[in-house]
Write a protein that binds this ligand. Structure first.
Ligand SMILES: Cc1cc2nc3c(=O)[nH]c(=O)nc-3n(C[C@H](O)[C@H](O)[C@H](O)COP(=O)(O)OP(=O)(O)OC[C@H]3O[C@@H](n4cnc5c(N)ncnc54)[C@H](O)[C@@H]3O)c2cc1C
Length: 412
């Protein structure tokens, strides 16, 4: 029987472990915490079938000035952090130009199209149907130019990829969400995404399924990984374990981890915050407030507000500037109630400079496989790219051509 150690129990690692297991591999899933307690816990909880185009950086002067002059709440940066982000950001910017972005979209759209169909059987087998709603999410607009642009983009992805959406007048939005005090100038309803009331619990239920099917879930520190003979070993709470292959699914921690093996992989580390609020007016579906770059999702712990991208120094203290602005904006729209947590949650979107995840084997270490960098959509994509990685590891033809996702593009 073939054997693998999967390092990292977020949505990406758990998705990988389940697919390897279903191909007959003996799999140990190793994390220093419980599965699904980091980035895959704190996200906005949307399985985003509408996100067929990867999240690009603005490349026009207006968009860049909006960020530089802090005229948008989508991005917040600290000047001191810019040297640290400069190299991956410049690559990201270059890849965001329309011609290049269009090429990347070809691969990305195929991955996204497989996301919900890969979650579906796992949700059923894990008995997690109660966590998932299949009615999409809404966007509220306050600015006509922004609304027109999103409507135009939606028309384009609707035509090219068959993504379903509905434009909403202010009155229609108010009717759909009677808890709102105001509904801006209207918005739109992405009708197909699935929304999850507790993202961490969905990962936990998948990890429990993996264990029920005979997988080993172990606590251990990935940094103890070493090459032994033709395989790999890692130290866990239950002792040292060995396997023929190791998969690095450490989300935002992956590039730092890989430095010990001589790989220098750039990543745009976009931090994001969340906080829950309870006791306010009800919200039916998740609502993105386009003008202020945040999303409210009615979740198990209350309405979760999640913010856009923050570029700060590594390990910088919490600077929840965007969350403060988002909360103020949300309070204009709805009675939000009181914050649940004393401090906001902070996590990091692991974004690659070309917006595609890293899926494949390393060039210089046989049996060392990489699976990370899912950026804004790792919660969506984990099981889909998990299947593809398991296919590659098993010597099968991958169900999607992921040549563009190969580690070799970053010298790995
Ligand atoms: C604010 C915000 C909102 C988002 N909203 C969405 C959304 O709506 N939809 C969507 O699809 N995506 C969303 N994302 C992105 C998504 O959350 C991530 O892409 C995804 O969770 C990444 O999953 P992962 O498994 O790669 O990483 P993680 O979930 O971070 O898992 C990595 C694991 O590695 C473990 N680990 C790290 N170091 C070690 C070590 N040394 N030893 C052992 N274990 C270690 C960690 O404990 C962790 O469990 C959002 C992200 C943020 C920040």
């Amino acid at each position: 029987m073939r054997s693998a150690i999967v390092l990292g129990g977020g949505m990406v690692g758990v998705g990988t472990a389940l697919h390897l297991q279903s191909r007959g591999w003996s799999v140990a899933l190793v994390d220093r915490r419980e599965p699904g307690r980091e980035t895959s816990y704190g996200n906005a909880g949307i399985i985003q079938s509408e996100a067929v185009r990867p999240y690009a950086m603005p490349h026009d002067l207006g968009g860049i000035l909006d960020i530089a002059l802090a005229r948008t709440n989508d991005v917040h940066y600290s000047l001191a952090a810019l040297p640290y982000h400069m190299r991956p950001l410049l690559q990201y910017w270059w890849n965001s130009f329309p011609e290049r972005h269009e090429v990347l979209t070809k691969t990305y759209a195929q991955l996204i199209s497989r996301a919900a169909p890969e979650h579906e059987p796992l949700i059923t087998a894990a008995g997690a149907g109660n966590l998932v709603r299949r009615d999409g999410f809404r966007v509220l607009h306050r600015n006509q130019a922004q609304f027109d642009k999103e409507a135009k983009d939606a028309e384009a992805v609707g035509k090219a990829f068959g993504v379903k959406f509905k434009l909403l007048s202010a009155a229609e939005l108010a009717k759909a969400e009677p808890g709102l005090n105001e509904s801006g100038i209207g918005g739109l309803h992405w009708q197909e995404p699935w929304t999850v009331s507790d993202p961490g619990s969905l990962v936990t239920s998948y990890a429990e399924l993996f264990v029920r099917r005979g997988g080993k879930l172990l606590r251990g520190d990935a940094t103890t990984l070493s090459q032994v003979g033709s395989g790999w070993a890692v130290v866990t709470d239950e002792g040292r374990i060995e396997a023929e292959a190791a998969v690095v699914s450490l989300g935002p921690w992956s590039p730092t981890f890989l430095k010990r093996f001589g790989y220098d992989i750039p990543m745009v580390r976009k931090r994001g915050y969340h906080r829950h609020y309870t006791g306010g007016a009800p919200l039916d579906l998740p609502l993105r407030d386009a003008a202020f770059g945040y999303l409210m999702n009615p979740m198990a712990k209350g309405v979760r507000i999640t913010t856009g991208a923050e570029l700060s120094e590594p390990d910088a203290e919490l600077t929840p500037v965007q969350l403060g602005k988002a909360e103020a904006a949300a309070r204009q729209l709805i009675d939000l109630g009181k914050p649940v947590e004393p401090e906001p949650w902070l996590g990091t979107r692991p974004c690659m400079p070309d917006m595609l995840p890293v899926v494949g084997e390393t060039a210089r270490h046989k049996g060392l496989w990489l699976h990370f960098g899912h950026g804004h959509q790792g919660f969506t994509l984990g099981p889909a790219t998990g299947r593809i990685l398991a296919e590659l590891m098993s010597g099968e033809a991958p169900s999607v051509d992921v040549a563009a996702c190969a580690p070799a593009r970053f010298g790995a």
